[in-house]
Design a protein around this ligand. Structure first.
Ligand code: ADP
Ligand code: NI
Length: 214
C-alpha cells in the first residue's frame, strides 16, 4: 500500500461521522483540487497530497480552540510511517497554518505547496459546496440561517473570530465572499471566480425569497 493510500485510510477513519462539513468527502474534494492545482503550478505532489489529506485531522473548532493538535497528530502519523523529515516538516507546517482566522488576519503560506493546499481548501469553502458546508456547519452549531438585524463583523483577531457565533448568512460576509481576493495561485484565483459569482447570485435570490418578492 502506498503512503497516500495509508493516509486516506487513516483520515477516513478519523473523520467518519462528522456532520459539520469537515467529513472525509471535504478532504477528498480538497485532495482532488490540490492535485489539479499542484500540477498546473508545478508544486511537489507528495507534500501537497499529504498536507491536503491531513489538513483537518484535528481542527481547533473541535478541540476547544486548540490549534496545535492537528500538526501533532499529523507528525505522529508520518513518523510512524517512516516519512523523511524533509517531507514531514513542510506538511505539518501547512497543517498548522492553513486555516482562515478572520477578515483582518493575514494567513500567508511559506511555500508553493502550502499555497496550493490553502487554495484547494478555500475553494471548497466557496461556491455551491461552500454554501452547503456553511449551512451544515450552522445547523451543527444550532445557529440561525439568517437574522436581518444582526450585521456581519470583520474580525481583526483570531480570538475574536473563534468566539463568533452569529447566523450563517453573516459568515458569507465574514469569510466566504472575502476568499476570492485571498487566493494564492493563478489557478486558484481563476477557479474561485465562478464559485464567487455563484454565491452572489445565491445571496440575491435568498434575500428576494426572504422578503417574499421572488
Ligand atoms: P478552514 O478550512 O479555513 O479552517 P473552516 O474549517 O473554518 O475553514 O471552515 C470549514 C467549513 O465550515 C467552511 O465551509 C466554513 O465556511 C464553515 N464554517 C466555519 N465557520 C462557520 C460559521 N461561523 N458559520 C457557518 N459556517 C462556518
Ligand atoms: Ni478544510
Amino acid at each position: 500500500m502506498t503512503i497516500i493510500d495509508k493516509t486516506c485510510l487513516f483520515v477516513e477513519k478519523k473523520l467518519a461521522g462528522d456532520g459539520s462539513g469537515h467529513d472525509w468527502w471535504h478532504i477528498f474534494r480538497v485532495w482532488n483540487s490540490a492535485k489539479n492545482i499542484a500540477q498546473q503550478e508545478g508544486a511537489n505532489l507528495l507534500i501537497v497530497e499529504l498536507a491536503a489529506l491531513l489538513h483537518d485531522i484535528a481542527d481547533w473548532k473541535f478541540h476547544d480552540g486548540d490549534d496545535s493538535k492537528g500538526p501533532q497528530l499529523a507528525e505522529q502519523f508520518l513518523l510512524q510511517n517512516n516519512i523523511e523529515r524533509q517531507v514531514i516538516d513542510p506538511v505539518i507546517d501547512i497543517v498548522a497554518t492553513i486555516s482562515y482566522k478572520g477578515a483582518g488576519v493575514p494567513t500567508p503560506m511559506k511555500n508553493i505547496e502550502g499555497q496550493v493546499v490553502q487554495d484547494a481548501d478555500r475553494l471548497d469553502a466557496i461556491g455551491a459546496m461552500g454554501i452547503a458546508r456553511a449551512f451544515a456547519y450552522g445547523g451543527h452549531k444550532n445557529r440561525l440561517m439568517y437574522h436581518p438585524e444582526e450585521k456581519p463583523v470583520l474580525h481583526q483577531s483570531f480570538e475574536e473570530y473563534k468566539k463568533n457565533n452569529g447566523h450563517t448568512i453573516n459568515h458569507f460576509y465574514e469569510k466566504l465572499l472575502l476568499l476570492k481576493d485571498r487566493m494564492n495561485t493563478a489557478t486558484g484565483k481563476q477557479l474561485a471566480e465562478d464559485r464567487h459569482s455563484f454565491m452572489e447570485t445565491y445571496l440575491n435570490q435568498f434575500y428576494r425569497e426572504w422578503d417574499g418578492t421572488a
